[in-house]
Design a protein around this ligand. Structure first.
Ligand SMILES: [Zn+2]
Ligand SMILES: [Zn+2]
Length: 153
């Protein structure tokens, strides 16, 4: 019984990440699923995210403003990071893969398995609003962004 409940939560966490392109945080996933799974804890979300990363069901895009962001899109693509609101937007790469010239000598004896392309700047929404933003507003907007994407899909 307990096992079944846990695997249902596990499936819901993965489905939630795959349902959005906003590159959510563990916290966002937790808040989204809390209603459906009242016994779910943030710790459980974290543990499952670690497992998903290990079995390569998802990738971690890295830490943006101290919060790890996750991606269910496993096709090769780059990212744009807004340094004002922490929005993380997918970038389509030409030919669907990274073709950067790498200094072969610098990585001699190593096997490259993955390369990342991340661009940093200001997103179109933030460019329009030139007001300084508080931490609360930033968190709020980040959540809204995720929800907007959710509704669109
Ligand atoms: Zn922005
Ligand atoms: Zn992505």
């Amino acid at each position: 019984m307990k096992g079944r409940k846990h695997s249902r939560q596990r499936e819901a966490i993965l489905a939630k990440i795959r349902s959005t392109s906003c590159h959510p945080t563990a916290d966002w996933i937790f808040r989204e699923l809390r209603e459906e799974f009242p016994s779910l804890s943030l710790g459980t979300v974290y543990r499952n995210l670690v497992l998903f990363k290990e079995d390569r069901s998802i990738i971690s895009v890295g830490n943006i403003e101290g919060q790890e962001r996750f991606d269910g899109n496993m096709l090769p693509h780059g990212h744009f990071v807004c340094q004002k609101c922490a929005a993380l937007i997918d970038i389509d790469l030409p030919n669907g893969s990274l073709k950067l010239s790498v200094n072969a000598k610098a990585v001699q004896g190593c096997k490259i398995e993955r390369m990342d392309f991340t661009a940093y700047g200001t997103c179109s929404v933030c460019l329009e609003k030139k007001v300084p933003q508080t931490k609360e507003l930033k968190n709020h907007r980040r959540t809204l962004k995720c929800q907007e994407k959710q509704l669109q899909s």
